[in-house]
Design a protein around this ligand. Structure first.
Ligand code: TYD
Ligand code: MG
Length: 480
């Protein structure tokens, strides 16, 4: 056991006026090091002044604490009235509109369309009579105006400014009527005089975010902070902001495709698995209300190696094509490349196919691609991926009117997945006539389309090899 005099300790901490902060992960250290001990990043440690930090306050702090009342779990609670943006796909992701007084972090790669989406949301809300402020720290007012003009939104009464000082911004916003929505584009460009660090550093981003969050909580305005993410998908710097905000929404998509996906990563006021789908057009972002049709557009159903996966994104079923290419390898270690799915998941499916269905892929390069640029996170895609792999290997095409879904266990068993009914309904809506899916074990429920239940991976492989998956569906084809 050891003990120390806490007053001495605090005084000592206050005297050490600088600390070293990793700009990548936010880890603190007491001395400068070339490589962050926490995240392993090189040259990311910067010395920062802590004169205004916690230690300093504690040392100065003769303030006596204020007594506050504690409350019970039950009590009068008015559900917060939400501000519906009118852009359906955006409202879906926020969980039914913006919650007053909440702070949302919108992350995305530069150029993905964050500013475009937000100016469109601003214009829609402003046209409905809400006070909306758009603060740009990256573009000049003229540039934002030019974009609004291109989008045909210049008539909307949005209040615009190009500012970067958080104190100036909050002071300005406090004047007049409380805004319903405030956009800060982007948090990396903001700075506060409360902390001594260059704009863009972790300390500044954290300080600026704190001030803006305080503004949102006290005023009741919804604040959206834009944050740029780096190539590896991390919200650069603002990663340290993620835990402070109420919701984190990421805007994804790749340059080669026109559509963009808005995804709730964290949401204190709604579900986190919802997605909104948009298409980038010459006139800004357009909502896509039927994503399956978009993802399946241009599908070549006559080629082997393509299987349609009936997936779920949040509460919404989405059909997407999974393409596989299996080719003899000239390399000692064959290549495995995946776009839109997890590499570890592909390795597992390949291992299960080898071990339980006699499908030998050890001498083959394997490429797997989720068409359209969608990223699948569900294990339910296992069965569709396996079907695409076997189809490509054997050269026998899969029936074009069939969808696949089901999770593979390491034993080769095909395990049931959630929302089978919704998946089948979506497939029926898009004109699919059959499905290969795990046995549900529930009798009596009539599926939307004839469903062949597949209990084991070997049954699927046998069917594809025999080219019989197109036959009339029969029940319980596999062993389970
Ligand atoms: P932007 O909203 O500036 O991206 P971010 O704020 O995330 O950095 O979007 C820029 C891209 O969007 C740019 O490459 C051009 C494209 N774009 C269109 O295709 N159509 C449009 O109507 C607009 C405004 C932008
Ligand atoms: Mg922008």
């Amino acid at each position: 056991m050891f003990s120390f005099d806490s007053t001495d300790e605090i005084t000592r901490m206050a005297k050490a006026r600088s600390q070293f902060v990793c700009q990548n992960c936010g880890a603190l250290s007491q001395r400068w090091v070339g490589r962050c001990e926490s995240c392993g990043e090189w040259n990311s440690i910067i010395e920062e002044n802590t004169a205004s930090g916690i230690g300093a306050q504690a040392a100065m702090g003769a303030r006596k604490g204020r007594v506050f009342a504690l409350e019970g779990l039950s009590g009068e609670n008015k559900p917060a009235p939400r501000i519906v943006s009118g852009i359906g796909e955006l409202d879906r992701v926020t969980g039914g509109g913006f919650v007053p007084g909440s702070v949302i972090l919108l992350g995305g790669e530069p150029g993905i369309g964050k500013s475009t989406l937000l100016i469109q949301a601003c214009a829609t809300l402003a046209n409905k009579g809400h006070r909306v402020c758009y603060i740009s720290g990256e573009e000049a007012v003229a540039q934002v105006r030019l974009r609004a003009e291109r989008l045909g939104l210049s008539k909307a009464p949005v209040e615009l400014a190009a500012e970067t000082s958080v104190e100036d911004i909050t002071a300005t916003l406090m004047q007049g009527e409380r805004p319903a929505l405030v956009i800060i584009d982007s948090i990396q460009t903001m700075w506060t005089d409360k902390v001594e660090a260059t704009p863009g550093t972790v300390t500044q981003v954290r300080g600026a975010a704190q001030a803006l969050i305080r503004y949102a909580k006290t005023s009741g305005a919804t604040v959206i902070l834009v944050g740029h993410v780096t190539k590896d998908g991390q919200i650069a710097g603002p990663r340290v902001v993620e835990h402070m905000v109420d919701a984190v929404v990421s805007f994804e998509g790749d340059g080669g495709h026109h559509f963009r996906i808005l995804r709730a990563v964290k949401n204190r006021f709604g579900p986190t698995d919802e997605i909104g789908v948009f298409e980038m057009t010459g006139l800004g972002l357009a909502e896509v209300s039927n994503p399956s049709a978009l993802f399946l557009a241009g599908r070549d159903a006559s080629a082997p190696g393509a299987a349609v996966f009936a997936g779920m994104e949040g509460t919404r079923p989405v059909l997407v094509e999974i393409q596989a290419l299996v080719a003899p390898s000239s390399l000692g270690t064959p290549r495995r490349a995946v776009v839109g799915w997890e590499t570890s998941r592909l390795s597992m499916v390949i291992a299960v196919l080898e071990a339980h269905a006699g499908v030998r892929l050890g001498q083959h390069d394997v490429y797997l691609n989720v068409a359209g640029g969608l990223k699948i996170g569900e294990p339910a895609a296992d069965l569709a991926a396996a079907a695409a792999l076997v189809s490509s290997l054997t050269g026998s095409r899969l029936p074009p009117d069939t969808v696949f879904f089901g999770e593979l266990g390491l034993s080769g068993a095909v395990r049931p997945v959630v929302h089978a009914g919704l998946r089948l309904k979506e497939a029926a809506k898009l004109g699919f006539a059959a499905a290969v899916a795990p046995a549900t074990g529930r009798e009596g429920e009539k599926p939307a389309i004839p469903t062949r239940s597949c209990g084991h991976i070997s049954a699927l492989v046998a069917d594809i090899a025999a080219g019989s998956a197109a036959e009339k569906p029969r029940v319980a084809a596999g062993r389970s």
